[in-house]
Design a protein around this ligand. Structure first.
Ligand code: NAD
Length: 493
């Protein structure tokens, strides 16, 4: 293992050297350079962070919401100021292009901005005279200590689907980033440290499964917000629920896009290529199956094959690069095996991106865009989340058959339709059993003021991340019914 100074945790308002006995290398997926070492923190460190958050909660929840959002305003300005540095870090540890890194940071900042509206968003409701002289009100109060567990693919954005809302509502928070990409959150915490949050309000604990398990079992932790793969989401959902916690778990996906013959083929090709190959397909909203209907087959197949073959693959920090590597050599190997399995199941490898040579980056985890043609709707490759730059093509004769195929899937994260017909769009929007719908959109990523609405095996829970859902998730309702004796009042005054 290369000797580098290990990353620290941020607990109780200060940076702490971890007591971990084990560390992992953080590796640039394009160059294989070791960037840092991340500690697999010990139980005691998680306990310390939770304890500090519990103490901080007692004063933080009493601070008026108008004051609680002041550090969030400062955080927004700091994120804007350091956006370029942060984007470079994301690209170095995660592999995506600089533009993609900038894009995810913009989404992070949007969530901070929306959470600054908490004095409006957190309001309750009141009804006077539910009976004569009796009033009833519903108020929202924070939960206490909340925890956020993040995946590797959006290190700068995903914690922001939760953290700004948790804090603005008066909760305190412990964040565990992915051990594969801990540098971005480390850098974000350097900014959080300057934003004047009281000590203990926001804490960072690095690590992997063991840290998660301590959070899941800890009696003081009131809620878990998780994003990652479906098997882990299912595990976390069931453990957290068994321990009486509030929990929201966003899982994996297999996103289909349907292309009708009347679609604008130039736009459809450009947008679906970005969706399938952007971030090297490592997006939970990446298009991974394109279903052509009727005569769309021939034109779309030719156009998307050309777009895939022409995509510029390389190191995301370099100008002109349109797609970076996948996260680890194991991911690359797994994706290549899935492509081979698809071919065994009868699909044709129309554009083969396996084992490319990227000059100067021979040690990187690169795969070029790959297109599999004639994917059978009931084959394994039509069901498996690949999480790489691979687009499978399925052909069906009618929109009804395409929607039926969409609805037969295990996941329900996103589905898109490309068409010029309003009636077809309405039918699709109405009938598709997925939580995020795009009409002539390739990555239907909800803005910060809408919930990130995965369904089926893409989401476990009921309240999603972002916007008003997040406010509801991070608050508990209290109903108060009040009666005051009028005679008391007249006697005194
Ligand atoms: P992952 O499930 O391997 O890891 C996610 C987090 O869980 C990490 O912090 C990791 O340390 C922790 N973890 C891993 N295994 C664990 C275990 N057994 N017990 C407890 N904790 C564990 O996911 P990943 O590979 O980092 O991210 C990719 C996955 O995330 C894909 O499936 C992708 O679709 C999904 N994702 C979903 C969304 C969404 O909004 N639905 C968004 C982004 C990514």
């Amino acid at each position: 293992m290369t000797q580098l100074k290990p990353l620290q945790n941020y607990i109780d308002g200060r940076w702490c050297v971890s007591q971990a006995s084990d560390h992992l290398d953080v590796i640039n997926p394009a160059t294989a350079e070791v960037l840092a070492q991340v500690p697999l923190s010990a139980t005691a460190e998680v306990n310390q962070a939770v304890q500090s958050a519990a103490i901080a909660f007692q004063t933080w929840r009493r601070m008026p919401p108008t004051q609680r959002i002041q550090p969030l305003f400062r955080l927004k300005m700091l994120l804007e100021e350091h956006l370029e540095d942060l984007a470079q870090t994301i690209t170095r540890e995660c592999g995506k292009t600089l533009d993609e890194s900038r894009g995810e940071l913009r989404r992070a900042i949007e969530n901070v901005e929306v959470a600054c509206g908490i004095p409006m968003m957190m309001q309750g409701t009141t009804l006077e005279d539910i009976a004569t002289g009796i009033d009833e009100m519903m108020i929202r109060q924070p939960l206490g200590v909340t925890a956020v567990i993040a995946p590797f693919n959006f290190p700068g954005m995903i914690p922001f689907w939760f953290m700004p809302y948790a804090l603005a509502c008066g909760n305190t928070c412990v964040i565990k980033p992915s051990e594969k990409v801990p540098l971005t959150m480390h850098q974000v915490f350097e900014l959080l440290a300057q934003a004047n949050f009281p000590k203990g309000v926001i804490n960072l604990v690095n690590g992997a499964k063991e840290v998660v398990d301590v959070l899941l079992e800890h009696p003081i932790v009131r809620s878990i917000s998780f994003v990652g793969s479906t098997p882990v989401a299912r595990y976390i959902y069931s453990r957290a629920a068994a321990n009486g916690k509030r929990v929201q778990c966003q899982g994996g996906a297999k996103n289909p896009v349907i292309i009708l013959p009347d679609a604008d083929m130039e736009m459809t090709t450009r947008i679906t290529a970005d969706s399938a190959f952007g971030c090297a397909g490592q997006r939970c909203l990446a298009a991974s199956l394109a279903i052509t209907v009727g005569e769309a087959k021939q034109t779309y197949t030719e156009a998307i094959a050309e777009a895939a073959a022409n995509r510029v693959v390389g190191y995301g920090l370099e100008t002109g690069v349109q797609m970076g590597p996948v996260i680890t050599p194991q991911s690359r190997q797994r994706i290549e095996q899935i492509i081979a399995q698809g071919a065994k199941e009868g699909a044709t490898v129309l554009v083969d991106g396996r084992s490319p040579c990227i000059a100067g980056y021979e040690r990187g985890n690169f795969i070029r865009p790959t297109i599999l043609q004639n994917v059978q709707p009931d084959s394994e490759i039509a069901k498996t989340e690949i999480f790489g730059p691979v687009l499978g093509l399925i052909h069906l004769e009618t929109i009804e058959a395409a929607i039926e195929f969409v609805n037969s899937g295990q996941y329900g994260n996103m589905a898109c339709l490309f068409t010029n017909s309003g009636a077809a769009a309405r039918k699709f929007r109405y009938e598709a059993e997925v939580g995020n719908i795009g009409i002539n959109i390739g990555v239907a990523a909800p803005m910060a003021f809408f919930p990130f609405s995965g369904w089926k095996d893409s989401f476990f829970g009921d309240l999603h991340g972002q916007g008003q859902h997040a406010v509801e998730f991070f608050t508990q309702t209290k109903v108060v019914i009040e009666r005051w004796n009028r005679e008391d009042w007249s006697r005194k005054f």
